[in-house]
Design a protein around this ligand. Structure first.
Ligand code: ADP
Ligand code: ASP
Ligand code: MG
Length: 465
């Protein structure tokens, strides 16, 4: 019997109509004899709203936090009623909202928001939406049961805000879900959240519901994992930036990882990792057009004629440029830079080093920029080798991705010409040794113009196989 894990993001969980439609996609498969595990995200905008509630409570602005909780309450209870949730389903939601209000009050009283309590607060988004999916499934004749990630066996490390599954999770998950399968009940597992061995709630990082789905898929040896989206699968670039973007029929695990890492928001960057190891295919499907194949992600590599498959952008980044004549030959400078950044848990998006070694440039997310800069300034304050540390704001990293670029000539030239022809100057360039991508940093204000020009230069509005 086939087993498919189906994930629904915030937009597809965002309203009564959207949830009904998402549940109908599950029901169609279940009624056709497929076992399905459902992974819903929080309703659209709710994770951001919870983060804001937590931050305002910490600052002492409790009235604002309480008003926002009232809005969440109204939205979830009205949706539950409209979906025909059972009395006990509605009570569960009500109890969850009370628990949220108490947690927020605790933050307010302590004026302290740790990473651990932040995870607890954002977890309410998915914990509130899973019963809604259950209610809609029940209404459509599918018996369903909702579980938190922890209840479903999603054991993680205690890296709050960016937790990773522990190997034991892969044994626990099938054991925890087995009973439901035996009774023909469809498990609805909250996306995004897990639990430490001490029972504290963790999250897998923003966009983590995709990752939940693939961890469950690998643990259950699923036939396939399907992430339903509000777009026609994975496209050659963000269709919100370039309406001419085309659907990509096939991508390798490595290609989608590279795209996600370089800013294609369509999938969590680590989502394919658990699938890769087991060779389980991922399908990115269009909720608006369920009969359309979407994008199949597998270990196969099927390059396009021109080598490049997609253009991505990471916006609002910072460049930190570390320079000094004394750096020439000082091999330990690079390791010190990375030690400092690793200690802060800062992710480096891009790096380039001049061959003379007189400077090293790195790109980090804006959210990390200032603290990375301060830590590096402190590290090298007494250094004879490092002369200057410069900081550039409002940067964007544009990347082209595709396995077919490996060994192909003229790709970089075409990329730089496309950008130069727009009169945009390039701040930094880097190519990974895997030759799966070439990335460049430009001023953020030119992002849309550059993405459009590059997309066109590589003929991505009309794909040639
Ligand atoms: P979900 O909530 O289902 O996880 P997301 O909003 O996280 O969905 O991701 C889908 C969005 O990703 C789309 O609405 C689209 O604007 C954006 N996106 C960015 N790059 C791409 C791309 N290359 N292909 C498809 N969508 C993309
Ligand atoms: N709700 C979480 C977020 O907004 C997880 C997800 O949607 O995948 O990041
Ligand atoms: Mg997402």
């Amino acid at each position: 019997m086939d087993l498919i894990v189906m994930k629904f993001g915030g937009t597809l969980m965002g309203s009564v109509e959207a949830i009904k439609h998402s549940a109908s996609l599950v029901a169609t498969s279940v009624k056709a004899g497929t076992r399905v595990v459902v992974v819903p995200s929080a309703m659209s905008g709710v994770t951001d709203q919870l983060l804001k509630i937590a931050a305002t409570a910490e600052r002492g602005e409790i009235e604002f936090a309480q008003d926002e909780i009232s809005l969440l309450k109204k939205r979830h209870l009205e949706t539950a009623a409209a979906l025909g949730a059972s009395e006990s389903g509605q009570q569960k939601i009500q109890a969850m909202l009370e628990s949220l209000a108490q947690t927020v009050n605790g933050i307010y009283l302590l004026r302290e928001l740790s990473k651990r309590s932040k995870d607890l607060i954002v977890s309410f988004g998915e914990r509130l939406s899973a019963p809604l999916m259950c209610a809609s499934l029940e209404q459509q004749g599918v018996s369903a049961f909702d579980l938190t990630g922890g209840q479903a066996g999603m054991l993680t490390n205690n890296n709050f805000g960016n937790a990773r599954p522990l190997p034991e999770a892969f044994n626990r998950i099938p054991k925890r879900l087995e009973g439901l399968f035996q009774q023909n009940v469809t498990p609805v597992v909250t996306g995004f959240i897990g639990e430490t061995d001490k029972g504290a709630i963790t999250t897998l990082g923003r966009g983590g519901s995709d990752y939940t789905a693939t961890i469950l898929g690998a643990a259950l040896n699923a036939t396939e994992v399907w992430t339903w989206k509000d777009v026609d699968g994975v496209m050659t670039t963000d269709p919100r930036i370039v309406p001419e973007a085309q659907n990509l029929e096939q991508l390798s695990y490595a290609e989608i990882m590279e795209m996600a890492y370089f800013g294609a928001k369509v999938l969590h960057p680590l989502a394919v990792v658990p699938l890769h190891e087991k060779g389980i295919p991922l399908r990115v499907k269009s909720a608006a057009d369920p009969s359309f194949a979407g994008t199949l992600v597998s270990s196969e590599s099927r390059p396009l004629k021109n080598g490049v498959k997609a253009v991505t952008a990471v916006r609002n980044a910072n460049i930190i440029d570390i320079g000094g004549a004394g750096m020439v030959g000082a091999a330990n400078i690079t390791s010190q830079i990375f030690d400092v950044l690793a200690g802060l848990d800062v992710n480096v998006i891009m790096i380039s080093q001049s061959s003379s070694m007189a400077n090293i440039s790195i790109v980090v997310q804006q959210a990390d920029g200032k603290r990375a800069l301060e830590a590096l300034q402190k590290q090298f304050a007494e250094s004879d080798s490092v002369g200057t540390i410069e900081f550039w704001e409002a940067i964007s990293v544009i990347a082209i991705v595709g396995e077919g670029m490996r060994g192909a000539r003229g790709v970089a030239a075409k990329l730089f010409t496309a950008v130069a022809n727009e009169g945009i100057s390039i701040d930094m360039i880097s190519q990974g040794s895997s030759e799966l991508n070439i990335s460049l940093a430009i001023d953020d204000e030119h992002t849309v113009q550059a993405v459009k020009a590059i997309h066109k230069a590589f003929g991505l509005e009309k794909l040639e196989i």
